[in-house]
Design a binder for this molecule. Structure first.
Ligand SMILES: [Zn+2]
Length: 154
C-alpha cells in the first residue's frame, strides 16, 4: 500500500529544479558524460532528469550537486527530442532525423540492426547514452509516433 501523503514534499529522488522523479543512473554514466574534471564529482548516487524543459541532466540524491545540459558532453535526447541531429541511439549512432527520414522498411531495418547489436553485446548504453540505459524503449515509442497517420498530400 502506498502512503504518499506521508512523504516529504521534496523527495530525495525528485529533481530540485522541476520536482519530477529522477531515474537512478550508475555513477559510471555520470562520470563518462561530464565535460569537466571529475575531481568536482562529490556524490556517489545520481539520478537522471527526463523533463524536456528542465536544464538539469543529473542530480545527486541528497540534492547537493546538479549537472546541467551545458556540463554534459553529449546532447541529451530527452531534452531535445525534436532536434534532427541529436542521437536517439547513442551506441549505433541513429539520430532523430535519420529515423524521421527513414521509410517504414528502413525503420524496420534500423530496429533489426539495433537488436542484432544488442544480442551481439556491442552496445555500451551505460557509457554512451546519457540516460544510462538502453535506447530501445525510446526507439519503439518514436517509431510508434511516426506511424501515426500524417495528413500531408492525399
Ligand atoms: Zn528536472
Amino acid at each position: 500500500m502506498t502512503e504518499s501523503w506521508c512523504y516529504p514534499i521534496q523527495a530525495a529522488n525528485a529533481c530540485p529544479e522541476c520536482s519530477k522523479t529522477g531515474k537512478p543512473v550508475q555513477q559510471q554514466t555520470v562520470t563518462a558524460m561530464l565535460a569537466f574534471s571529475l575531481r568536482k564529482v562529490q556524490a556517489k548516487q545520481y539520478l537522471f532528469c527526463r523533463t524536456q524543459t528542465c536544464p538539469i541532466v543529473y542530480f545527486s540524491v541528497n540534492h547537493e550537486q546538479t549537472f546541467t545540459v551545458e556540463q554534459v558532453r553529449e546532447r541529451v535526447y530527452q531534452k531535445e527530442p525534436e532536434a534532427q541531429d541529436v542521437f536517439i541511439c547513442y551506441c549505433f549512432h541513429h539520430t532523430v532525423g535519420d529515423l524521421r527520414a527513414a521509410s517504414s522498411e528502413d525503420r524496420t531495418a534500423i530496429m533489426d540492426d539495433l537488436n542484432t547489436g544488442i544480442n551481439a553485446e556491442q552496445c555500451a548504453c551505460d557509457l554512451r547514452n546519457p540516460q544510462g540505459s538502453c535506447c530501445l524503449g525510446n526507439m519503439h515509442s518514436m517509431i510508434k509516433q511516426l506511424k501515426q497517420p500524417d495528413f500531408t498530400a492525399p
